[in-house]
Design a protein around this ligand. Sequence first.
Ligand code: 4AD
Ligand code: MG
Length: 477
Amino acid sequence: MTTKSVAELLSQDVTLQDVTVKGWVRTFRANRFIALNDGSTINNIQCVVDFENFDEALLKRVTTGAAIHVTGELVESQGKGQSVEIVVKTLEVLGDSDPETYPIQPKKHSFEFLRENAHLRTRTNTFSAVMRLRSSLSFAIHKYFNENGFYYMHTPIVTGSDAEGAGEMFRVTGLDAKNPPLNEDGTVNFKEDFFGKETNLTVSGQLEAETYAMSLGKVYTFGPTFRAENSNTTRHLAEFWMIEPEVAFMNLAGNMDLAEDFMKSVLSYVLEHNKEDLEFLEKRLLDEEKTKPQAERSEMSLIEKIKFVVDNNFKRVSYTEAIDILRNCKPNKKKKFKYIIEEWGADLQSEHERFLVEKHFKCPVILFDYPANIKAFYMRLNEDGKTVRAMDILFPGIGEMVGGSQREERLDVLKEKMAALDIPEEELWWYLDLRKYGTAVHSGFGLGFERLVMFATGMGNIRDVIPYPRTPQNAEF
Ligand code: 4AD
Ligand code: MG
């Protein structure tokens, strides 16, 4: 008798004599029906106990959250809602769960409450579905790059450079927790550097990925990145995962094609492989929508939104065209933008990005050729001398999902740019070497993984799509 997962058992259409399954009790109704879940699927398997055959004391221990081991016969279900169920022969409680104190009761909990219980929240349908989707998307990402000739590269977490030049880095010190360096007065010297060098947690693996693209051709990173921005929004984390492909001999148009094809491919993958979880999350969203006024409700369901992205071209619009649209539009008769774009060169705020994707184009938008002075130092300057070959991909409901660019491959132009921004050449000598020896056109982008998971799951807060969110208030687990 081998232990089967609930997913395997539910996909059986034959009667099986001896099955054994282990999982956590969701509910135990009428001293007869155990709804058992083991994480393999959103669905529970119903285990039917004939209470007369079991010790009362044992049945009392079958409480929500308890881990149990059941053996029995898999039969066609008499009840509604499931095709098969287990008629229980033996029942063993592997781990008790005190119903008085177990935080995850069989009722709706608020997401705030579940965030405080992040270690147990995947025992709920919503969070188990979200995290299975997160896992599936990660797999689809590696699969896509693997099938398209990319090498997976691991970039350092501790680094001496600021890839974005935005100063949003967490400082790493060389503090040895056992023997910390001390000040003269005996207090810990927190200013100590990492073995004598100033280092930070990486904000992006791009610069290192560029070095590998310039030898291996096509590479990508997929790892944790850190931003010391103190933003309390539903779209920012201090620690998030980023996917960063980097490709030699590819220009900005190729970069757009790659990003669009990549996103469509990984979203198609989950449409195909995570049907039940998506259907559950779609239903959750529909229930949530019902509580909103008609005008604020979404026109499309979750699965329709994902299919729409997969089946339609992203709209490609230059920054200059976008500014013209924004300057000439009336977002809403009553409601104006909080921040009015007065002139060419201003940075777009999220209200403008949302207007463009949600009201004007009603589809994902790739904005490109931004003013040089609002973008990072490494982007390729255009012939007009004032715009750079940058691209941001904006998604309905999310805003910025991707930031990328063609990189400045000309040594003299890059040096000038760094000088103008006071970035010391000594700090990036290795980066400049790429432009000295065999330089070539190359491009890449960074996709914020959690924002993709938000889009694919319909979750409204980024803290609910990563197992243990790191935000200004939360670093407990
Ligand atoms: O636009 P960003 O800052 O671009 C870069 O870091 C480039 N070096 C990427 C590259 O070209 N290789 O960040 C890329 C994406 C954003 O579009 C956003 O989706 C996500 O990373 N992101 C965040 N996600 C969650 N929390 C934050 N604090 C984020 N900051 C950026
Ligand atoms: Mg950006």
